[in-house]
Design a protein around this ligand. Structure first.
Ligand SMILES: [Zn+2]
Length: 353
């Protein structure tokens, strides 16, 4: 039995060719006898499922694209998204927006995004949450390129979701990098799915979600993790050259080691705007951490306890040192020869399992 709401939602969701459809929960009879989960959905295979922040779901992401983006780019993005979701667990709700190089098409998609969320969420604030002069949701990607994840788990919002943005450059869909970047962005979805805290949406407020990611403006843990996990997973895919992971890690070592060791800001205090490339050295920190502790302690141990114990609690429980001690030890590791450092990266992915 479906109510008007359910039908309306289904119609909205039909705009996304890859979506499931939310089932209504406001049937009175059902809710008296057996409270219906408001997160209930029908899975793509027709069975019943749920979609809820932090819980593995059968739901596929909803994919939207600007009018100048091809079917092929959409399929490529979806294919690599699924490789990541299969590896790290399928979380949601996720909306993927693929932005091309036409500014008017990007504006058009901003309008559609705005209308969609106004319809999905009565608390959606059109003035602040839709695109405006200070918040160029998709249009900035036409110029700047790149990729990102935004979380919409906020105190004032009813409909929680994560937004993945991919664009036409840095990297574009014809570049090899596009594939590990999709994996990288998905790992951020995994990370955010392990954290239940809601933020106010006002950047002046502190938010526990930022601390659990490794610190507001401090990319070391979240970015290093996403990059190392993505590159490792990519290196294991069919058709990727055997030496891929070592090439990538060697390159990151070359452009970050001397810069990092030659300055005096601790890894966890570096920011996105620091002069040195924080990503490279942070990826190496994660490689070192996982080499020592094992993937299970990182992925299931640390991330499994993060929400309950907080960043430092989960870190100390699973890695048996404070982050300050671990970073000091890592700096000792970095002070070795490049050959010794590189020895923790397997020669070929087939040797890792
Ligand atoms: Zn990232």
């Amino acid at each position: 039995m479906k109510s008007q709401t359910a039908i309306t939602l289904c119609l909205i969701f039909m705009f996304a060719p890859l979506s499931g459809c939310i089932e209504s929960s406001d049937d009175d009879k059902d809710s008296e006898e057996n409270p219906v989960n408001p997160n209930q959905i029908i899975c793509p295979d027709g069975t019943n499922g749920t979609i809820e922040w932090g819980v593995i779901t059968c739901a596929e992401p909803e994919v939207f694209r600007t009018s100048d983006v091809s079917n092929q780019t959409q399929s490529l993005t979806f294919e690599w998204y699924n490789i990541a979701a299969t590896e790290w667990g399928n979380f949601g709700p996720v909306e993927i927006y693929i932005i091309g190089s036409d500014i008017d098409a990007a504006k058009q998609l901003e309008d559609e995004y705005c209308e969609r969320h106004k319809a999905l969420d009565s608390n959606w604030n059109e003035e602040w949450d839709c695109a405006n002069d200070n918040y160029q949701i998709f249009t900035r990607y036409v110029e700047e390129g790149g990729a990102a994840i935004s979380t919409f788990k906020r105190t004032y919002i009813e409909y929680d979701f994560m937004m993945m943005i991919m664009s036409a450059k840095y990297p574009g869909p014809s570049e090899e990098d596009y594939k590990p970047v999709v994996l990288h962005e998905y790992f951020h979805i995994f990370q955010h799915s392990q954290i239940s805290d809601e933020c106010s949406g006002d950047s002046r407020d502190t938010c526990e979600r930022d601390s659990k990611m490794g610190g507001e403006q401090n990319p070391w843990f979240a970015e290093g993790g996403a990059e190392y996990m993505a590159q490792t997973l990519y290196s294991k895919q069919e058709g990727v050259r055997d030496n891929y992971l070592r090439e990538v890690m060697q390159n990151k070592l070359d452009y970050s080691k001397d810069d990092y060791l030659g300055q005096n800001i601790s890894l966890d205090q570096l920011t996105y705007s620091s002069e040195i490339n924080v990503y490279g050295v942070s990826t190496w920190f994660t490689a070192y951490l996982i080499h020592n502790e094992g993937i299970d302690a990182y992925l299931n141990g640390f991330y499994g306890d993060l929400d309950e114990l907080g960043f430092n609690g989960a870190f100390e429980k699973h890695f048996e040192k404070t982050k300050v001690e671990y970073i000091a030890e890592f700096e000792g590791f970095l002070n070795q020869s490049n050959e010794e450092i590189m020895s923790i990266i397997p020669l070929s992915p087939t040797n890792t399992e």
